[in-house]
Design a protein around this ligand. Structure first.
Ligand code: AHR
Length: 498
């Protein structure tokens, strides 16, 4: 019998809603078709934003959206995406399929989308192929309320009031697609570029995100921190509010990622082990950051995470379109649990990517739309947003997996807000269910409610069968002597509220 104990007295951190953030890049059918369609396309939309998609996303709860990239950010020139659509300059999207980007989705469209979603904004600037002036003027265009060349241009293009940038990324993956830089070089560029990301409205400070490492590249983290925190008297935060980390789960490795839908038991456990590895990454990069940011003011920003497989057969390889199964549901569940349990340092995160690209929450085909298993996990977990994470431990947890890829059967996080608890439990075992007792350390439970996402490991939603995987009420749970008792099915994620 596994025993989950929630210590209501031990707060681990505050769960910023933004840790459940999303990322949408100019890549494949993520923005064009997925979110944004021609107003006369016949697909219901408001100012080009798909009504079905926006409605589903609002119901799921999107706290933050990152745009325009990714690799695309470092070749994006924002001025090409403003003004009358007919005259906007076209470009080649060299990273993603070499297709022509017509720039019909630009700054105004992004802010219209986030207005409809009601979420925070994370704009990623161009360091790789842009200039300091270009970045600085973009920030002025977006956020300056007074009289200036850029604010006048914004007004001329139809938007009187400044918008709010909550987070601004100074470059993306500058160790790779963002310019192939060394950490010292990027660290110095970061210092320079961020200087001109001006804070025009003291009431709405922009949080600056410094480009961090890929996976376990501690050398990058150390050298960037060394460069940005050095000789900055008075600037104890190294000129940054956050340091980004990117980590994708490629089950078979970068060169043989494997199918999104066809995998065996061994590949399932390999995937789970790789998903759990993000906790190690959080620890190693946090430890380095803590040596510089001794006051714990700089957040770790996990702004690209998720499962990345071979793209669906017959689709453009540059579009990164992949299906989504219960395996993705479990990746999302354990990852979000880990973010919660490290909420003292992980302050924002973005799953890659929101629609039709990599581990998406929504897939579209023409006017059709489906919610993926990952969508249902985000929906279940939204109760964690803005809550305090409290310590949860599991006694008598089973060791499962393979010799090569051992994993624990169960994994958990718990949070409380205004006296209301949400405990999310993942069972990574594809064959076995487990009886569980769940209790608070010092308080007797009286009644609980729960929902569940469970199906066999290959289960997915398709355009013909859109609800094969969904979140359902779970009533097979009872409270006896202040303790909740239930059996968690194999391959399942349970959200328990009390
Ligand atoms: O999410 C796809 C790509 O992965 C992003 O553009 C890039 O930042 C990362 O390598």
């Amino acid at each position: 019998m596994a025993k989950i104990i929630i210590n209501e007295h031990e707060k681990l951190g505050h769960i910023n809603p933004e840790v459940q953030g999303h990322f949408s890049e100019h890549l494949g059918r993520g923005i064009y078709e997925g979110l944004f369609v021609k107003e006369d396309s016949g697909i219901p939309n408001v100012n080009g934003m798909r009504t079905d998609v926006v409605t589903a996303l609002k119901e799921m709860g999107v706290p933050l959206l990152r745009w325009p990239g990714g690799c695309f950010a470092d070749e994006y020139h924002w001025m090409d995406g403003i003004g009358p659509k007919e005259t906007r300059k076209k470009m080649v999207n060299t990273h993603w399929g070499g297709v022509t980007e017509d720039n019909s989705f630009g700054t105004h469209e992004f802010f219209e989308l986030v207005r409809q979603l009601g979420c925070k904004t994370y704009v990623n600037g161009n360091v790789g192929s842009g200039s300091v002036r270009e970045m600085s003027e973009w920030v002025e265009y977006m956020t300056f309320g007074g009289l200036s060349p850029m604010s006048e241009l914004r007004k001329k293009n139809g938007h009187e009031e400044p918008w709010t940038i909550d987070y601004f990324g100074v470059g993306n993956e500058n160790w790779g697609c963002g310019g192939n830089m060394t950490p010292e070089y990027y660290g110095n560029l970061y210092r320079r570029f961020q200087t001109y990301v001006r804070q025009y409205d003291p009431e709405k400070p922009i949080k600056k995100v410094c480009g961090g490492p890929n996976v376990d590249d501690v050398n990058w983290t150390r050298k960037v921190c060394e460069t940005t925190f050095t000789q900055a008297p008075g600037f104890v935060h190294g000129f940054m509010d956050g340091l980004s980390v990117h980590y994708y789960v490629h089950p078979g490795g970068w060169d043989h990622k494997g199918s999104a839908t066809e995998f065996d038991n061994a590949m399932w456990y390999k995937t789970m082990k790789k998903a759990l590895y993000i906790e190690h990454l959080i620890k190693i990069h946090s430890d380095i950051l803590a040596q510089y940011d001794t006051e714990n003011k700089v957040g770790l920003i996990m702004d690209e995470w998720g499962g990345w497989y071979d793209c669906e057969p017959g689709t453009n390889p540059g579009f990164l379109y992949q299906q989504n199964t219960m395996r993705d549901a479990l990746i999302a569940a354990v990852t979000l649990n880990i973010f919660n349990n490290h909420s003292d340092r992980v302050k924002m995160a973005c799953i890659a990517q929101m629609i039709n690209v990599l581990q998406s929450v929504i897939l579209t085909e023409g006017e059709k739309m489906i919610k993926t298993p990952t969508y249902h996990i985000f929906h279940m977990y939204k109760g964690h947003q803005d809550a305090d994470c409290v310590r949860s431990t599991i006694a008598e947890n089973a060791d499962i997996g393979t010799d090569e890829d051992p994993v624990p059967a169960l994994q958990v996080s718990a949070s409380v807000r205004d006296g209301k608890y949400l405990v999310t439990v993942a069972n990574m075992d594809i064959d076995k269910s487990y009886p569980v007792e769940l209790k608070l350390a010092d308080t007797a439970l009286t009644s609980v409610k729960a929902t569940i996402v469970t199906e066999d490991m290959h289960a997915k939603n398709t355009f013909d069968d859109p609800d094969a995987v969904s979140e359902k009420d779970f009533t097979d749970i009872k409270v006896e002597n202040g303790v909740a008792k239930f059996t968690i099915p194999a391959c399942a994620v349970l959200g328990i509220k009390f």
